[in-house]
Design a protein around this ligand. Structure first.
Ligand code: DAK
Length: 265
């Protein structure tokens, strides 16, 4: 599967495997600031889904170029659209595919992450930013509002006051502000942020795969449900993991004072 993805020539993305267990997809339309066209989103989602199904990949990274992550959905493509066209062209469905991925996805953001670019990063599980990263939801300047999570994920992440300012008045966040407000996990110089993201992805890729999958699922559930339902959900997944070989191996390894050898079973 990994080889199959590598061999295909994509028009809008670059696919790499920078470390053991890590798949990297780079958005590659630099002349239009990585504007997210339908074909780009299709390629991105197709490759991510292939990586999600590939046992040799344990963690994925989405990056842009060092200059820009993505300046949003392609405005030229959207400008004359009707609501029915947006629905029929799977405009919405291809964005929803991202949240169905089981393995962790890290966004490595340098430069602009605007509109759909910011929403793409927010839909990932973690964000590593370069010092030049700028996060914004400027859709109000186009007479619309965010449509892929900018009013929902952003508000849950940074709170109502700041989300209101970003969505209503195009307030943009620098990398340092984004770190301060809990939007990004860490900030690194522009020549190091991708290595930082790869380092984080490698560390996650080396952990027990089934537990990682259920852990991601349980944390995401915290954004979807009440506390008592979320606690019950977490407990059930905790119990389920006692049916895995990795739980037996992890606890035996601790007691025998050795490193665990994860099987993903
Ligand atoms: N779309 C198309 N082209 C874009 C673009 C975009 N979003 N952003 C930049 N470009 C193009 C520019 O048109 C220009 O092309 P040429 O003129 O060279 O052919 C080239 O990239 C360079 O841009 P600039 O000349 O403007 O360069 P500057 O350095 O002056 O400015 C900028 C860079 C990124 C600040 C500026 O280009 C800009 O403000 N771009 C627009 C940002 C924006 O408004 N983004 C939000 C778009 S709306 C949904 C899913 C997703 C969405 C909605 C719903 N569902 C699932 C329902 C998302 C919506 C959006 O993202």
């Amino acid at each position: 599967m990994q080889e199959a993805a590598d061999k295909v020539d994509y028009e809008n993305i670059l696919v790499e495997h920078p470390a053991d267990g890590v798949g990297l997809v780079r958005l590659n339309r630099p002349r239009t600031f990585n504007a997210l066209t339908g074909p780009l989103m299709d390629e991105l989602m197709t490759v991510l889904e292939q990586m999600d199904a590939d046992d040799s990949i344990r963690c994925m990274i989405i990056a842009g170029t060092d200059r820009v992550f993505a300046a949003g959905a392609d405005i030229g493509e959207m400008a004359q659209a009707t609501p029915v066209e947006l629905i029929n062209k799977a405009f919405i469905a291809r964005w929803e595919r991202l949240q169905n991925l089981h393995k962790p996805v890290i966004a490595a953001v340098s430069g602009y992450a605007l509109g759909g670019g910011c929403e793409l990063a927010l839909a990932c599980d973690m964000i590593v930013a370069s010092e030049t990263a700028v996060f914004g939801q400027p859709e109000i300047n186009l007479g619309v509002i965010p449509g892929a999570g900018g009013t929902q994920r952003l508000t849950r992440t940074i709170g109502k006051a700041l989300a209101m300012e970003m969505v209503l008045n195009d307030r943009r966040l620098s990398a340092d502000e984004a770190a301060r407000f809990g939007l990004v996990n860490r900030v690194a110089p522009v020549d190091q942020y991708l290595d930082e993201a790869i380092k984080l992805a490698s560390a996650i890729a080396a952990r027990a795969p089934v537990a990682i999958r259920l852990a991601k699922d349980a944390v995401n559930m915290a954004l979807e449900t009440t506390l008592s339902a979320g606690l019950a959900y977490e407990r059930n997944r905790f119990y389920v993991l006692f049916a895995s070989e990795d739980q037996k191996e992890g606890m035996a390894a601790f007691l025998e004072k050795r490193d665990p050898n994860w099987q993903g079973k």
